[in-house]
Design a protein around this ligand. Structure first.
Ligand code: DC
Length: 232
């Protein structure tokens, strides 16, 4: 048992608190945390700024053509210890969380070329293991051999309530109804797309956190991690 670091893949529906638990878990284990949703959001923001995506149109070919100009990396903020998203040298961590980006990101995530580029980068990030990665296709596509796979879910109502509070705290002017609509719509697009649809990976453990506190959930997941690590 020289290096028992593993890959932990966390997938699930939007706004299930995947990032919160994944970040905490990575910190506890001394692992790297990667929020892959942030990468799809950064691509979306780039496309929006170039006018390739708006309410009425999505220029898919245009987006594919400029993919080569997009560079995404994570940088740890020494003050908060949080990994922030850097898009072509600009910190976009806050901007990618707006409801506007949320409403355009799912169509962008259906584009094969976008997925191929980001999946390749994600696989590189996990080369040395010791990583907690969350998204929609981590256990199915990015790391199908991950040692521990979790699939997180909760009712749409619970998820929308949590996301609504978060957005208000960030100063985004939104209504609860719009947030709920966005959650339901993203579930639909994410689960029905042709390339890497959201589904529970083989061997993944389902965590329905509708009625769980953050502490209960973390304790439960840590228990699962420790069981796996003991067998390494
Ligand atoms: O986790 P999130 O809400 O930040 O993800 C934003 C969108 O990106 C989500 O609607 C689906 C997509 N996504 C994906 O298709 N594959 C991933 N690995 C991560 C996110």
């Amino acid at each position: 048992m020289t290096n028992n670091k593993i890959i932990i893949a966390i997938d699930g529906h939007s706004s299930t608190g995947k990032s919160t638990v994944a970040r905490r878990l990575a910190k506890y284990l001394g692992y790297v945390y990667v929020d892959t949703g942030a990468m799809y959001r950064a691509v979306t923001l780039y496309g929006m700024r170039l006018g390739l995506i708006d309410k009425n149109h999505f220029d898919k070919e245009g987006l594919v053509a400029i993919l080569k100009d997009i560079n995404i990396r994570f940088e740890v903020n020494p003050k908060t210890s949080l990994a922030e998203v850097v898009l072509n040298d600009e910190n976009v961590s806050r901007e990618i969380r707006t409801l506007k980006v949320s409403s355009f990101v799912s169509p962008v995530a259906t584009v094969h070329e976008v997925r191929a580029k980001l999946v390749e980068q994600q696989q590189q990030m996990g080369k040395n293991k010791g990583i907690v990665m969350d998204g929609r296709d981590i256990g199915t596509v990015v790391f199908p051999d991950a040692r521990l796979k979790l699939f997180m879910t909760a009712t749409a109502k619970d998820r929308a309530e949590r996301r609504y509070k978060e957005l208000l705290e960030n100063g985004d002017q939104v209504t609860y109804e719009d947030v709920l609509k966005n959650v339901v719509n993203r579930d639909h697009i994410d689960s029905t797309r042709v390339d890497s649809p959201l589904r529970k990976a083989e061997g993944a453990i389902v965590i329905d956190n509708s009625n769980m506190t953050l502490e209960e959930q973390f304790a439960h997941i840590l228990n699962l991690v420790q069981e796996v690590l003991e067998c390494e």
